[in-house]
Design a protein around this ligand. Structure first.
Ligand SMILES: [Zn+2]
Ligand SMILES: [Zn+2]
Ligand SMILES: [Zn+2]
Length: 159
């Protein structure tokens, strides 16, 4: 649980609220922004985030549907621009997250990963609300696979 309040700058100094502070620095009116993963062990990773905060642990489902769709669309666009057709995007479940603010991991899909339950969809507007769990998405021909029901999803991406 997180008690941060974007209107209270002091409350964003908690370690787990670092991405909230980054969101606050974006120009008003920004919907989605990107940042390189600051973890030195993940030099190839980017994050896509909404400017908008949600209370507590910031569930994806707390965002308006249009914002969520825009977030996925932009994350996938960035992933494609970096990694061509080897891209992957992932979000961890609430239990596996070390930052409260919603963030999508962007990276290169590790060669050959394909496991668990998945949906086959046509585009970002069909990505389901993962609730408390995580999901990871990668291209499969002209379609997308959405792999669901995993807390730790970002491990399918190259560090
Ligand atoms: Zn927080
Ligand atoms: Zn936040
Ligand atoms: Zn798949």
């Amino acid at each position: 649980m997180c008690n941060c309040d974007p209107k209270d700058v002091e409350s964003l100094k908690e370690r787990q609220c670092g991405l909230c502070a980054a969101a606050e620095k974006q120009a008003p009116g920004t919907v989605v922004f990107f940042a390189q993963d600051t973890n030195p062990r993940k030099p190839n990773r980017w994050l896509a985030m909404p400017r908008q905060h949600s209370p507590g642990m910031h569930l994806l489902g707390d965002l308006p549907l249009e914002t969520r769709t825009e977030l996925w669309r932009e994350a996938i666009g960035k992933a494609k621009s970096l990694w061509g057709d080897q891209w992957g995007v992932a979000t961890n479940g609430v239990k596996a997250r070390t930052q409260c603010h919603v963030h999508i991991h962007i990276g290169r899909l590790i060669e050959g990963v394909e496991w668990g339950d998945f949906l086959v969809i046509d585009g970002p507007e069909e990505i389901p609300d993962p609730g408390n769990s995580g999901l990871w998405i990668h291209p499969a021909g002209a379609k997308l696979h959405v792999h669901t029901d995993e807390q730790v999803s970002e491990t399918v991406l190259l560090r």
